[in-house]
Design a protein. Sequence first.
Length: 137
Amino acid sequence: MSHKDKGGDVMVDIKLIQGDCLEVLKTLEAGSVDAVVTDPPYNVGFGYSTYVDNRNDYKDWCAEWFSELERICSGAIVISCGHVNVSMWCEIKPPKWILCWWKPAAMGRSPVGKRSLGKSTNKIIANARRLREGGTC
């Protein structure tokens, strides 16, 4: 799959892969991915239609797929982890940045965000191998 600009020129080649993340990640070459943005389940018992959001091995599971992300990714790894999991992620690998995402359209259904002035916020953590020249952590 490729994305074309308005003039019809191909800007980016995109490859979508559907499958179990641990199985698929293990098949990818080291350093073959430029960046990763992921929003994994939060393990808070949220009522998904096809996924049971309550793993006893949640921290170990996250550490396993994160290790694979570090192996395949040459750039930034960004994880929407929710307030409830920030401390767990700091134990797995302290993030270089923690962002707060203000989610005015969250509709109050999020069990992982914080409510403020009727709106919801969520935490996003980021790690990267390289920083811009002159950048700091």
